[in-house]
Write a protein that binds this ligand. Structure first.
Ligand code: GLC
Length: 597
């Protein structure tokens, strides 16, 4: 028995067994880069409103909006200075109400970002803390420490450099000499003190406020980081969260390795009390309100602890994202996830891209031993775009065939690659500066979307302004270029999402069927889901006819279903090309060799 399942025995029964999010396809909107209606080069809420039809046609169940709150934008909005409003460049509360109404009318739910680990240093509480001085109640809402011999401990910021900021240079007050405050991210993102009751009350008020405005769920940022180990002991992994591990790239650009989020700053048992508290609040003010954890914890078992019956609803499945193009690892992650989440009665989730990682249309083109995250720069080896896109389409189709809930990141439905040649001067991610340009950062996956084939900014902004540069040829990925085009990535996503719903795959299960190494073949209800990660075509005989393929049938004689209308259709042969995936209508009798779970 796993530790997860033994913990679950004392839990109350789940009341959310029919909740909408259990099989939902949830589409992440990064508002800054989605669409810019007012022409200032920054995406906005009105821009999202103008493309609700795109979301409806795609068929998603919900959208998750990355932060839109007032913010100095040191970390693209993950540095919040007011939790109860919108940044003027994104719109007003009324604009958001209008968007929520539009989406609800279209049957699409709305999830927003909740950033509880830290605020912006411009938040009124932090301003008050600096002004009030050492030992004040205002300072107790954050993590201030005194130390006479350098930083209070050896922790490093996840964005590079130390995690402690000396206070005296900020305030200019001599009484602040040898005082520091903690920031796991940028110095402009001071960490909250979750032992302080006012911090708890602030976030309970946050939840109530947004649910009353019609919000259907919350994505909890850095969910594994809020509570730190008692006494703030040193981190055994040392102060440098980004290790240089040697040269890569032809001109010797440095290769780096990100340390895992383990140690005294992460995944402390006390975080779970916070989510229990929030669950009680949400159950009071709403029904089936989604809470999804962004918890970069090492194992599926640890992630499953966040979704016990009295805590969150879902946790992002980062092991699935990291598994890459490795069939055995994907299968392991799927099995363990279904077991661990299943043991606590929660659905598994699946994700391949988001605003923090290299887009999977580029990431999957690299050899497994190349650590690309987060970001690829012009001096790094460049991906093979065609290979990356073929694998991305296959990986997504495979993912959408799995039971549970799936997350999509804006632009992946267009097959968008990472911008891998962005010039250094354009970069805005604090990682770039804070790692002394060792890590390119996440700007390459945050480039403004193309909506039209031509024109300045390809339809993103009426004035053609863009807060990050778009690469050449971006318009070929636009919905305008792909609309109605058989075999386009946009059409593939739409069809797959519609079929997924029709065939209730999100509510199904996984039964592995025998397949050669490098090939994954599973049954979910009457649907066969196949992924070929090998470099040769794989012939599947007598299993069933293809329902949808990640490859364009005209590009390849991959699908041979026998003569149309022929009774032999039921025992058709499918040839899955390398880097391909498909779904099959399983024929009875073709299922020998199964490995039931
Ligand atoms: C999360 C966000 C990331 C942000 C960080 C700090 O990991 O996804 O974008 O930089 O938290 O808030």
């Amino acid at each position: 028995m796993t530790s997860t399942s033994s913990c679950s025995q004392s839990l109350p029964p789940r009341t959310d067994t029919d909740a909408w999010w259990r099989d939902a396809v949830i589409y992440q909107i990064y508002p800054r880069s989605f669409a810019d209606a007012n022409g200032d080069g920054i995406g906005d809420i009105q821009g999202v409103r103008e493309h609700v039809d795109h979301l409806v046609a795609l068929g998603v169940d919900a959208v998750w909006l990355s932060p839109f709150y007032p913010s100095p934008q040191v970390d693209a909005g993950y540095d919040v200075s007011d939790y109860f409003n919108l940044a003027p460049e994104y719109g007003s509360l009324e604009d958001l109400d209008a968007l929520v109404a539009d989406l609800h009318k279209a049957g699409i739910r709305v999830v927003i970002d909740l950033v509880p680990n830290h605020s912006s240093d411009r938040h009124e509480w932090f301003r008050a803390a600096l002004a009030a001085g050492p030992g004040s109640p205002e300072r107790d809402r954050y993590i201030f420490r005194h130390s006479d011999d350098g930083a209070p401990n050896n922790w490093g910021s996840l964005f590079g450099g130390p995690a402690w900021q000396p206070v005296e240079p900020v305030t200019g007050c001599s009484e602040d000499r040898n005082w520091y405050y903690l920031h796991l991210f940028a110095a402009e993102q001071p960490d909250f003190n979750w032992s302080n009751e006012e911090v708890h009350e602030h976030f309970r008020a946050f939840l109530r406020f947004w649910v009353e405005r019609g919000i259907d769920g919350f994505r909890v940022d850095v969910a594994h980081g809020l509570v730190k180990a008692e006494g703030l002991p040193d981190d055994d992994l040392g102060p440098d969260r980004w290790n240089v591990v040697g040269p890569r790239g032809e001109d010797g650009a440095a290769a780096r390795e990100k340390l895992p989020d383990v140690g005294p700053a992460f995944n402390q048992p006390g975080v779970h009390d916070i989510y229990r508290e929030w669950r009680r609040v949400l159950d009071e003010v709403g029904q089936d309100i989604l809470m999804v954890a962004e918890a970069w914890v090492p194992t599926e078992a640890e992630a499953a602890l966040y979704v016990r019956a009295d805590e969150m609803s879902q946790a992002f499945n980062f092991p699935f994202l990291i598994a890459g193009w490795d069939a055995a690892e994907l299968r392991r992650v799927i099995d363990v996830s279904l077991d661990e989440y299943g043991a606590v009665g929660a659905p598994a989730t699946w994700v391949l891209s988001n605003h923090d990682v290299v887009r999977h249309a580029s990431r999957l083109a690299y050899p497994a031993d190349m650590d690309t995250d987060p970001g690829i720069g012009p001096r790094d080896p460049q991906p093979d775009a065609e290979l990356g896109l073929a694998r991305a389409r296959a990986a997504t189709l495979f993912m959408l065939g799995l039971p549970g809930s799936a997350y999509l990141y804006q632009g992946e439905e267009l097959g968008l690659p990472e911008h891998t040649t962005m010039e250094d001067e354009a970069r805005q991610d604090p990682l770039w500066e804070r790692t002394n340009h060792l890590v390119p950062g996440r700007d390459g996956c945050r480039v403004p979307l193309p909506w039209r084939r031509d024109g300045a900014s390809y339809g993103y902004s009426a004035t053609g302004r863009t807060w990050l540069p778009q690469p050449e040829g971006w318009g070929e990925y636009s919905p305008q270029a792909q609309e109605g085009l058989a075999g386009s990535t946009l059409m593939l996503y739409r069809r797959a999402i519609a079929l997924r719903r029709e065939r209730r795959l999100g509510r199904g299960s996984v039964e592995w069927l025998a397949a050669e190494p490098g090939v994954l073949l599973l049954r979910n209800w009457e649907t066969g889901v196949v992924l070929n990660t090998t470099e040769h075509p794989v012939r599947l005989e007598g299993l069933g006819a293809p329902l949808i393929t990640s490859w364009h049938p005209a590009d390849q004689d991959g699908a041979d279903t026998g003569g149309a209308g022929d009774a032999a259709d039921a025992v058709s042969t499918v040839v899955v090309p390398p880097n391909g995936a498909c779904w099959l209508e399983l024929a009875a009798g073709g299922l020998d060799g199964g490995d039931p779970r």
